[in-house]
Design a protein around this ligand. Structure first.
Ligand code: HEC
Length: 288
């Protein structure tokens, strides 16, 4: 109940900022889907809103917004809390499947240095494939069960694969295919649509509210929002993938979360990853 009140209060506080909303895809003409223009507008919006944040620093989310939090983070990073997951993910990646094959045999470029290009649009199925889903496809093709998409071994594998791409410029592609453009547009619409009892959109907190304090947190901007995933989050006491965070953010505004492999979450991740284009891969990361 107390949480609900705090959120309702936050809703009221954030409301005045809504008039200043500039990025409103809900009003966009679907025939004019223009991802490149969107990311340029998003980048300009945050650069103007936070002129003192160096462009590449947006990958650091709350730490880019708040000097106190940044100092704590630098302390924590002397012994990165994701290190165990990274080591475990490396082992998992190197371990042969019962049929003798490896993850490296069924991911592009042996899985090394590919994270910056995910999610990808799969022209064969017409669907968005996240790196997690690509890993599960690889498992199924080799007779193994799928892994849970949110945490555990999957998050550890992501820690390794992301680490092998660290620093590379994020370069998600929306090909000139009406199905890819539609997936991107649906992801964008999901991000900006208000839902749930509290009538929040993702953008309410991560565009209009970015940089503001909410309970003990500082709201991370949409530009760079998923660049440091997977993350070790102290609040979880474990690693989590992007989808784990989507579920958490849905729940905190009392929206029933989607299934982790849902089309909604895939499209949402596609849009958000595209909004990170040009920033360096910064995962695995750590968050409070
Ligand atoms: C009521 C405000 C609120 C709403 C609405 C909200 N979030 Fe969040 N979100 C937070 C808070 C608080 C955090 C933790 C602090 C931070 O990193 O921003 C967070 C963190 C995140 C992070 C991790 C950022 C990082 O740097 O670690 C992602 C990704 C994210 N949210 C995505 C979403 C998506 C997608 C939606 C819509 C489905 C959404 N959020 C809706 C409050 C919100």
């Amino acid at each position: 109940m107390k949480r609900l009140l705090i959120l309702a209060l936050a809703a009221l506080l954030l409301r005045p900022a809504l008039a200043a909303e500039r990025i409103d895809p809900a009003r966009a003409d679907p025939a004019q889907v223009n991802p490149a223009a969107d990311v340029a507008a998003m980048t300009a919006y945050f650069q103007k809103k936070f002129p003192h944040v160096p462009p590449a620093d947006f990958v650091n989310g709350p730490y880019a917004m708040d000097a106190g939090m940044r100092a704590q983070w630098q302390q924590i990073m002397q012994f990165p809390p994701y290190q165990f997951a990274l080591d475990h993910g490396k082992d998992l990646f190197a371990t042969a499947f019962p049929n003798g094959r490896h993850y490296a045999d069924c991911l592009p470029r042996g899985g090394i240095g590919i994270a910056a290009a995910y999610p990808r649009f799969d022209a064969k199925t017409g669907r968005v494939v996240t790196l997690e889903i690509a890993v599960n496809r690889c498992r199924v093709a080799n007779g193994l069960a799928k892994l849970k998409l949110t945490t555990g071994d999957m998050a550890d594998l992501m820690a390794y694969l992301t680490d092998r791409s660290r620093g590379q410029p994020i370069a998600v592609v929306v090909p000139d295919d009406p199905r890819a453009l539609a997936a991107y547009q649906r992801g964008k619409a999901y991000f900006y649509s208000r839902r749930g009892q509290l009538n929040f959109s993702c953008a309410s907190c991560h565009v209009q509210g970015a940089g503001q304090h909410l309970r003990g947190d500082v709201l991370a901007p949409a530009r760079g929002l998923i660049a440091a995933f997977p993350i070790y989050r102290s609040d979880w006491g474990s690693m989590g993938t992007v989808v784990r965070r989507f579920i958490g953010c849905n729940e905190q505004v009392r929206v029933v979360p989607e299934r982790p492999d849902s089309a909604d979450y895939r499209d949402l991740e596609y849009f958000l990853a595209y909004m990170n284009n040009g920033l360096p891969v910064a995962g695995p990361g750590t968050r409070p």
